[in-house]
Write a new protein. Structure first.
Length: 321
């Protein structure tokens, strides 16, 4: 398959009278269907994960399960160890390498290397000891110290599986893939949604999203393997020759829908977590609107923290007007 730009999140802020007066958020992703249409389904599904830099296991399972569902095979929700381990590795990478610099702390490189090995070996006790250590306690303390103005109540996706999504979205569309919505509104997916943080509770964006990742890591370390957590997969036939899969990745719900024409792909639709979490009317826009813009450097740092908390699976860029 040809190399292509996996896309990026673009953020544009307009400032007036010392505050952010307008926020534009867009997630620009390539049209995978254009690459896959007409290809032999078996071959294309095997190669599709190579198009994505992150979550290769999740993409591979989503593709394989969607194809099987198009052939009539149902997959009831279940945890798959390879995908679950990938979720844990992604969380560790974010929590031990990406988070500390945002808190002006040193990265936990050696701890990261050890913990990746523990995940591979199934050494839950080793990870539990790390998560209970003073180094992690320091990160939690620093998270508590982050000041966030006007925290808001998040709109969270409920726990879903492939079959349950049919009642909400009988068929996916290219428009829905670009701008997914939950009953007419933007919604957030990811660890915070899986941890069932209720919508009634107002949670600071930065603090709560990182804590949800740590909580999911601790669940694994304590052996709390429950269906619905990161690493859960499911799939269902939509109609003859059409199958849909759902995978809970580190960043949230990933949905694939494949449409077959004989042995070839007639259409292929993907709804990625980034499209939910960086929706133009989503939580990032809500959080940034009205922020103090008198100190441009401080605002830019806050934007970087907010974007990191939501964790796009593609690069992001910021522009000002």
């Amino acid at each position: 398959m040809p190399n292509f730009d996996t896309g990026r999140v673009r953020l544009r802020l307009t400032c007036a009278d010392g505050m952010v007066s307008a926020v534009q958020v867009s997630s620009q992703r390539p049209d995978v269907a254009m690459i896959l249409r007409g290809r032999m389904a078996d071959q294309a599904v095997q190669q599709l994960p190579l198009l994505f830099a992150l979550c290769g296991q999740a993409q591979a399972r989503a593709a394989a399960l969607a194809l099987a569902a198009a052939h009539g095979e149902e997959c009831v929700p279940r945890l798959e160890s390879n995908v679950q381990r990938e979720v844990m590795r992604e969380h560790l990478w974010r929590c031990l390498l990406a988070l500390p610099p945002l808190l002006r702390e040193d990265t936990l490189k050696h701890e990261f290397i050890s913990s990746i090995k523990w995940i591979a070996e199934g050494n839950r006790a080793g990870l539990h000891a790390l998560l209970s250590s003073s180094r992690i306690a320091t990160l939690h303390q620093r998270l508590h110290q982050i000041e966030e103005s006007h925290p808001i109540s998040p709109r969270l996706l409920p726990r879903l599986d492939a079959r349950r999504t049919l009642a909400e979205w009988p068929r996916l569309s290219a428009k829905f893939c670009r701008l997914p919505d939950w009953r007419g509104m933007s919604a957030e997916t990811g660890a915070i949604a899986r941890q069932q943080q209720t919508e009634e509770k107002i949670k600071p964006l930065f603090f709560s999203r990182w804590c949800a990742r740590f909580d999911e890591l601790m669940d694994w370390a304590m052996g709390d393997d429950k269906v619905g957590a990161g690493g859960t997969v499911s799939a269902t036939p939509v109609a003859p020759g059409i199958g849909r899969s759902l995978v809970e990745t580190a960043r949230g719900i990933l949905m694939h829908e494949i449409v077959l024409d004989g042995k070839r792909i007639a259409d292929y639709l993907i709804v990625a977590p980034t499209e939910w979490n960086f929706h133009p009317q989503g939580i990032l826009a809500d959080q940034l609107l009205g922020q103090n813009a008198e100190d441009r450097d401080a605002l830019q740092q806050y934007v970087a923290q907010a974007v990191a908390a939501l964790d796009p699976c593609v690069p992001w860029e910021l522009a000002w007007t």
